[in-house]
Design a protein around this ligand. Structure first.
Ligand code: NAG
Ligand code: NAG
Ligand code: NAG
Ligand code: NAG
Ligand code: NAG
Ligand code: NAG
Length: 651
């Protein structure tokens, strides 16, 4: 509900005084005029009054404390020959508009005055007709019908309901010269003229109006922004009723207040707005959720790795949102999920490595990317990476048959026959040789073990996770070197110095070879035996010249005895406590391919562990921490769990 509505209270002012008048051109006694709008009319205007292009007569224009007048240009003869004031009839349509709903302002008046020069009169409550000094004095010779205004907010809704602007009213003023009776009738414009006048009173104008007088309107403004309009006007003197106004020809008022709205809009708009706001909120929520879900960490220096960089969204979709069903395994470095890249249907494995250190990340990513260039049929192809807050995702080729340790230690899996095992040992040796010697950089794997050997579709062994151990090397205080690797595969000197070298890889490879041959974990899978270090156990057999007794009993004796004997010898040789006693990977492959004969291993009286203790002054810390760490073999499925990354190496 919205606009304004006025209650109009006509009040009559009787202003009496004598005065002479000497106007020449006068309206004929029986003359009349009609203005259906004031376009082209030659009105006499002053003050604020103006005719709008559409013919609307505005007596005021919003300026406060001022007045405006509009008169018919020629004067009217008001008295007949014997001196009586003639009958006259006036009809007009007006509107008063204010943008204040609770305050009233001064109104307007229909005026019969001896002169059109009223501009020296005060505005305000004197309606632009009189001034402070003149008020009430005789000789003003002015007759006026005042239309005062009062603003009634309680009527507001009606207007708006009817979709109309400010109320327009029609007024009829009829004076009967013979009976000196004045009738004032008023009605809203859309209501027919009432039979009963609003005011009907005897008023003897004989002593008031001059012989010839000007007829017109006057309006005055106070402090409130009020506008007074006359839309149409007709007048007749001594000729009966004023000609009726043609309402359809009256000019329109300017628009006030808000644009009238249709009912449909009033209902639809709030719903549409609510729906829009809701849609916006949902869109914002989705956007935020997407942003959070797929949030990544990207830095400028990564631009050059573009092709190796996967978007998190892509990996999220590939792994169906990293659902548990997609989980391939949990390793020392993190969880591995299986996935299919939507863009090329490539099967991938995604490793999520939690990594909070920002330090060294640049170097590590550079390394990951360069490792991505490694191509060997015994290496799991590293395809790329993605970074998130506190997390690194590495993308690999998916190896359909999973990791080797499950086949070795999970009794539910089929037993790998000897030929497959030997093939895997040769494959891993070949892959490791490539890392150590055949690429332009030496890559130390640091974490060779059965669970890091994956089996492709043809059951070939492929080394995975190469270089990943470096991740924990970067970004740590160089003063305190961390030993990275898995208990049981750690070379004694690595534990002591913390320095990974190709021969520490060879050591782990040796343990791996024995693990594959004997089907036992490097530590603690000897339920009944006292001896729970695989190396010492195998060495014991070797010393007793009963090496083949150490071969995995699940093979049921079905194996190539020469190859098995050679594997045990090779394993012991590679896992020798003295680094210098270990062969390089080229030699290892030559032995495995039978190109070079294996040298005889000199049997040692001491166990490897004892030798290591004797050799390494600083090895005692390893020995002390050893038994407690061994207990991690409680996880029979994955030997991976025993990975350590915080073991402090020596002094
Ligand atoms: C109103 O009319 C007067 C006189 O013509 C003029 O000076 C004034 O600027 C007008 N005000 C507006 C708001 O049009
Ligand atoms: C308008 O009226 C004035 C007298 O008030 C008169 O002098 C003038 O000629 C008239 N103009 C037209 C165009 O009628
Ligand atoms: C005055 O003259 C008019 C006609 O012009 C006539 O109708 C009226 O009765 C006369 N009044 C008096 C008082 O003579
Ligand atoms: C009333 O109208 C005047 C002129 O159009 C404007 O300046 C003023 O801000 C309005 N006041 C209110 C209360 O709307
Ligand atoms: C009132 O109007 C009369 C006649 O126009 C003028 O002589 C007088 O100075 C006016 N007084 C004021 C206070 O404006
Ligand atoms: C009106 O007043 C005049 C003089 O002031 C007087 O002559 C006349 O009779 C009066 N008319 C009526 C109807 O009272």
């Amino acid at each position: 509900m919205g606009s304004l509505r006025f209650l109009l209270l006509p009040i009559l002012l009787f202003l009496v005084l004598l005065g002479a008048d000497d106007h020449a051109a006068v309206l004929a006694a029986d003359d009349q005029f009609t203005y259906n709008g004031f376009s082209g009319a030659n009105l006499s205007l002053d003050g604020l009054a103006a005719v709008a292009p559409n013919g609307l007569l505005a007596l005021s224009n919003g300026t406060s404390q001022a007045a405006g007048h509009a008169f018919h240009p020629t004067p009217v003869r008001m008295r007949n020959g014997n001196g009586t004031v003639q009958s006259f009839s006036v009809a007009f349509v007006f509107a008063i508009v204010s943008n204040f709903t609770v305050l009233s302002d001064n109104g307007m008046a229909f005026v019969i005055a001896p002169s059109t020069r009223l501009s020296t009169f005060n505005a305000g409550q004197y309606l632009g007709i009189l001034n402070v000094t003149d008020n009430g004095k005789p000789g003003n010779n002015i007759f006026a019908v005042e239309l005062d205004t009062m603003l009634n907010p309680e009527f507001q809704d009606m207007n708006s309901n009817h979709g109309r602007g400010p109320q327009q009213h029609a007024v009829w003023v009829d004076y009967d010269g013979a009976t000196t009776r004045l009738d004032v009738t008023m009605a809203p414009l859309d209501v027919p003229r009432p039979k009963r006048p609003l005011i009907s009173a005897p008023v003897n104008l004989s002593g008031v109006v001059t012989d010839t007088a000007y007829v017109g309107f006057s309006a005055a403004t106070g402090v409130i922004f009020t506008r007074h309009y006359v839309l149409g006007w007709s007048f007749a003197v001594n000729g009966g009723a004023a000609p009726p106004l043609d309402i359809s020809k009256l000019p329109a008022l300017p628009r006030f207040g808000p644009k009238p709205r249709s009912k449909v809009l009033e209902i639809v708009l709030p719903i549409a707005t609510a729906a829009f706001v809701l849609a916006l909120a949902v869109a914002f929520f989705m956007y935020v959720r997407t942003r959070v879900r797929y949030a990544e960490v990207r830095e400028d220096w990564e631009v050059e790795y573009g092709p190796h960089r996967f978007s998190y969204r892509e990996l999220y979709k590939a792994t169906k949102g990293f659902r548990n069903r997609q989980l391939l395994g949990t390793g020392g470095f993190g969880r591995v999920y299986k996935g299919v890249l939507p863009k090329n249907n490539l099967e991938i494995a995604v490793k999520r490595v939690s990594h909070d250190s920002k330090q060294g990340m640049k170097e590590f990513i550079a390394e990951v990317v360069s490792l991505g260039h490694l191509r060997h049929r015994n290496l799991v192809q590293l395809l790329g990476y993605c970074r998130r807050q506190g997390e690194l995702l590495l993308v690999y080729d998916c190896m359909p048959n999973g990791s080797l340790d499950k086949y070795l230690h999970d009794k539910a899996r089929p037993v790998l026959d000897w030929a497959q095992r030997f093939q895997i040992i040769r494959g891993v040796a070949s892959g490791l040789l490539y890392l150590h010697e055949d690429w332009d950089k030496i890559v130390i794997h640091r974490d060779i073990k059965a669970s890091n050997v994956l089996l492709d579709a043809d059951m070939n062994g492929r080394l995975g996770d190469f270089g990943l151990a470096r991740l924990y090397d970067h970004g740590v205080d160089p003063q305190t070197t961390h030993v990275v690797g898995t208990m049981g595969y750690l070379a004694p000197e690595l534990v002591r110095t913390g320095k990974a070298t190709p021969v520490t890889d060879v050591f782990a490879f040796g343990v791996f070879v024995l693990e594959v041959t004997c089907g036992r974990r490097p530590l603690g899978s000897f339920a009944a035996d006292d001896q729970n270090v695989l190396l010492d156990w195998v060495q014991e057999h070797e010393r007793r010249r009963a090496a083949l007794d150490a071969v995995d009993p699940r093979l049921c004796g079905k194996y190539d005895a020469d190859e098995a004997r050679m594997a045990i010898k090779l394993g012991l040789m590679c896992a020798h406590p003295l680094p210098d006693a270990r062969p390089g990977m080229r030699q290892v492959t030559q032995y495995l391919e039978g190109e070079v004969a294996m040298p005889e291993v000199v049997p040692t009286f001491f166990s490897y562990t004892t030798l290591a203790l004797m050799q390494n002054d600083g090895f005692d810390s390893f020995a002390v921490s050893f038994p407690s760490t061994v207990s991690t073999d409680a996880s029979p499925v994955s030997g991976d769990v025993s990975a350590v990354s915080g073991l402090s190496g020596g002094r």
